[in-house]
Design a binder for this molecule. Structure first.
Ligand code: PEP
Ligand code: MN
Length: 339
């Protein structure tokens, strides 16, 4: 951290900055400039709070040099994190894992029909919500515990891995008892109590980017999970709020290489919530694999026109099967594979 002093800062302003750095346990190094001086905090491990300095008399600006996150940083761990999953699957290695399924578990017939369709097309995991974070309290909220039981039955009968969302601390244990990967949704990305609990769940965590979260916010949320002892965090770009209502969200594909340069954690793309429109999903899914995504989250429904949530962005099974073929071709071009 570099604390830049104003040209009119007095020597006592400078001495106060130097003393505060010392009292925090770091070494201050004063750098004399032509017009203004600066004081560097030497030994900062990312924990020094810039706000302690920014409003002191004589301080012009504070420049953060050390990143505020540690455990998620690629600087800290250069090799990529590969999250091992049951059945020999993984996320973050050469394989691109395609996770597909309906937005919500709606009924036994619906979830089994959809699971079989995505499995036949080659999806590696089924994703469906039993607990749904809906924007309106009057919208379908999910089947809850009954939905989890249906997911457990799907897992037993098909062997598909299960990804499903935990919305709160009380529900997390129930979800973790069924899920192979626990999803934390966009609306909960900064629910720090939930993140900490997920860090102690013993299950990989799929952490979706919040609707207006910066990549720094996303990485700091992941840091919460890692700092509780769970290294298995999978990030997910699902689109951020844009200005144009033509798409539901603005799918930020540049986040994929950007996160990869900052962090060793794997990152998936969710072109379904990212666009909100079925017709746009295949192109964005292909683009995400080309951009280096470690996997995809795609909404597929056996009968999208009857879906209780997110039908408009859910692919028909045939569309999904065709997309899987295309994705295999793209994965091969970028040195990855989709089994
Ligand atoms: C979902 O995955 O179904 C969902 C609600 O997504 P998000 O949290 O990204 O809005
Ligand atoms: Mn959905």
């Amino acid at each position: 951290m570099l604390i830049i002093l104003r040209p009119d800062a007095s020597s006592s302003d400078r001495d106060r900055v130097v003393a505060l750095i010392g009292s925090l346990g770091y070494t201050a190094q004063t750098i004399a400039g032509g017009q203004r001086d600066a004081v560097a905090v030497v030994g900062n491990d990312g924990r020094v709070d810039a706000a302690r300095f920014s409003a002191l008399p004589g301080v012009d600006e504070v420049i953060q040099i050390t990143r505020p996150w540690r455990m998620v940083a690629r600087e800290w761990r250069p090799e990529p994190t590969v999250v091992a999953l049951p059945g020999g699957r993984s996320i973050g290695g050469p394989e691109v894992l395609v996770i597909a399924g309906p937005c919500s578990v709606e009924s036994e017939a619906q979830i089994f029909a959809t699971a079989r369709a995505v499995q036949a097309a080659g999806a590696g995991a089924l994703r469906a919500g039993a607990f749904k974070p809906r924007t309106s309290p009057y919208a379908f909220q999910g089947l809850g515990r009954a939905g989890l039981e249906l997911l457990a039955a799907v897992r037993r009968e098909t062997g598909l891995l299960i990804v499903t969302e935990a919305m709160d601390e009380e529900g997390l244990e129930q979800v973790a008892s069924v899920a192979d990967i626990v999803q934390i949704g966009a609306r909960n990305m900064q629910n720090y109590a939930l993140l900490k609990r997920a860090g102690r769940s013993g299950k990989p965590v799929l952490l979706k980017r919040g609707m207006s979260a910066s990549l720094a916010d996303l990485l700091l949320s992941a840091e919460y999970v890692l700092s509780e002892g769970n290294p298995d965090v999978i990030l997910c770009e699902r689109g951020i709020r844009g200005a144009d209502p033509s798409t539901r969200n603005l799918l930020d594909l540049s986040a994929i290489p950007a996160v990869k340069s900052l962090s060793h954690l794997p990152i998936l793309a969710d072109p379904s919530h990212g666009t909100g429109k079925r017709a746009l999903v295949p192109a964005m899914a292909r683009a995400a694999v080309a951009a280096g995504a470690d996997g995809l989250l795609i909404e597929v429904h056996a009968h999208p026109d009857e879906a209780l949530s997110d039908g408009a962005q859910s692919l028909y099974p045939e569309q999904f099967a065709l997309l899987m073929e295309e994705l295999r071709g793209i994965a091969a071009v970028v040195g990855r594979r989709i089994p």
